[in-house]
Design a protein around this ligand. Sequence first.
Ligand code: SAM
Length: 242
Amino acid sequence: THFGFETVPEAEKAGRVQGVFNSVASKYDIMNDVMSVGIHRVWKDAMMDWLAPCPGQRLLDVAGGTGDISYRFLKRAGHGHATVLDITTPMLEAGRTRAEADQMANSLDWVTGDAMALPFKNNTFDVYTISFGIRNVTRPQEALNEAYRVLKPGGRLMVLEFSQLPNPAMQKAYDLYSFNVIPRMGKLIANDYDSYQYLVESIRNFPDQETFLGMLRKAGFGNAKYRNLSLGIATLHSGWKL
Ligand code: SAM
């Protein structure tokens, strides 16, 4: 693009992603709030509204990090079980500490693993979520195929991810803001310019809403749909294993 950033070669991407999340793990929750001015909470609530968790459901929360989505899911469901899977163990450790403090430990499992090769049997979960995670996965289509495999028939996938703004003028303004402001804020607050530059580049390189919808369908998901949040800055994609 006109910003001149390079696309990270596939072989390098996984290592770079791990480096980013290893270095931000302890500050992840606070940085999330600062960078998004708390808006990620609104988006996650919108995700729960559409997902409508039911009592007793088994959730797999991939790229679950510190367990934010699992927490919300369990709270809404009343009771249930959530498995948080992430490739970066320090993110899981930060989450586990929080869960123990909140006496949530019994409803949660923490598993280190890769979204592209899930360590679970076919037809295991009622719900699969991935929130601000699939953009970091080296081959997103493989993650979607795995999601389909581990869901029970009748199970549901929901993806929350940054996306592209359908309005070109808005996209341009958003690009200017994100490429100029976000890495500098990262430097200022977390003394980490590179991680936040990666964040911005990975958002811009991720497929747009319609393309990603096609990837859900390709993985086998039926009744696949999406809803834009905040003008398309983020998007929810939903699909069913029918
Ligand atoms: N889901 C949480 C949220 O919404 O706040 C955390 C999202 S965090 C931005 C992205 C997470 O994706 C990181 O914890 C990172 O370790 C994880 N991740 C990146 N690549 C992954 C992969 N291939 N498999 C599983 N997790 C991965």
